[in-house]
Design a protein around this ligand. Structure first.
Ligand SMILES: [Zn+2]
Length: 358
């Protein structure tokens, strides 16, 4: 079975302009590296569709969509309540965002239908976008749209989201905060030290959804061992008990130690392990149905390597990964603190999960 990769050159329209940390050359750079390093028999590039209005409306308000569409045709006008200043609209941005949502939906459908159980949506993981506002370089929340589409259009009953982006997925978290059909596990840098400032361990969901949001904030510097501890001790047991029908993992290369916007400590090998372990979970609980969404990353040299490490992990593809930077700055892997965080999470979740009851 080949790996399906939903990608289009037109994604280059998702660009916030010169001087902004989020530029759109990332997509082509990743695809170029993929084509250089992976045998063409191992993957298939699938042309995504544009998300329809109906699909955007699964999560977003119609007046917000109309605003983005009108403003994206011209220049951004400041002072509008819909967007934070870090997410300035550019001509063509809204259209490209719809294509990225479409790529996520395309990948999810290919996985759900079993055509390619492991599928990748390039550019996805725009997890900061909310119902009626955009922030953190995200205008449409493709993760939330795809999960709701799986439930409403494909009949999915239990979906697990694993957010491994360095930043907490506040938009996604808010969307499913009271929904027990969606288990949201979010591993990120401590929100006291990084945008968006939410995603604390105490945020575990509300109402019927209590216990179905699992925030794992890690201290700056947390590296490969710390991530392995979280994945083995929390992700595996939770996934086994929840028994999702499909897993959506989002997050690019920004937990890497050389990322310029964050302070976590993963190596390329660590990113590959994250991919591999999430892939193992998917194989164990949902027939390998896994959608990988890669969009983030703020170190140009690391980004394509990091994305490749993540998406080749579940596929079991052998790949030599040479770090572009020396791993010398963060020798403290923060494993001891991470073990405490994991232990506290189990105690907190004990009332909702049998796997943590003893
Ligand atoms: Zn991020």
């Amino acid at each position: 079975m080949t790996l399906a990769i939903a990608y289009s050159d037109q994604m280059k329209g998702y660009d916030f302009g010169p001087g902004h940390p989020f530029r759109s050359d990332r997509y082509a750079r990743f695809m170029n590296l993929l084509r250089q390093r992976i045998d063409s028999a191992e993957f298939e590039v699938v042309e995504p569709r544009y998300a329809s209005d109906e699909e955007l409306l699964l999560i977003h308000d119609s007046n917000y969509i109309q605003f983005l569409r009108a403003e994206s045709g011209g220049l951004w006008s400041p002072g509008r309540e819909f967007l934070s200043p870090d997410t300035p609209l550019q001509p063509g941005l809204e259209k490209a965002a719809r294509l990225i949502v479409g790529a996520t939906l395309t990948a999810a459908e290919m996985s759900w239908e079993g055509r390619s159980p492991h599928a990748v949506g390039v550019g996805g993981g725009l997890h900061h976008a909310r119902r009626n506002c955009g922030a953190g370089f995200c205008i449409y929340n493709d993760v939330a749209i795809c999960v709701r589409s799986l439930m409403e259009n494909q009949g999915a009953k239990r979906v697990m989201i694993v957010d491994t982006d360095a930043h907490a997925g506040d938009g996604t978290c808010q969307t499913f905060y009271e929904d027990p059909r969606v288990l949201f596990v979010d591993i990120h840098q401590d929100p006291r030290t990084l945008y968006p400032g939410t995603g604390f361990a105490e945020e575990i969901g509300e109402g019927k959804g209590t216990g179905f949001t699992v925030n794992v904030p890690l201290p700056p510097g947390a590296s490969d061992d710390a991530y392995e501890c979280v994945l083995d001790e929390l992700l595996f047991p939770l996934a086994e008990e929840f028994a999702p029908e499909i897993i959506i993992r989002n997050g690019g290369s920004d937990p890497h130690f050389a990322d310029e916007l964050t302070d976590l400590g993963l190596t390329l090998k660590g990113l590959k392990t994250v991919g591999t372990k999430v892939g193992e979970v998917a194989k164990a609980v949902c027939g390998g149905k896994l959608v990988d969404l890669v969009g983030s990353g703020y170190n140009q040299a690391v980004l394509p390597l990091g994305w490749l490490a993540l998406v080749t992990g579940p596929a079991g593809l052998d790949l030599e990964l040479v770090e572009p930077f020396f791993f010398s700055l963060r020798v403290d892997h923060r494993l001891a603190e991470t073990r405490e965080i994991v232990k506290a999470a189990k105690d907190r979740l004990k009332p909702y999960w049998r796997c943590f009851a003893n």
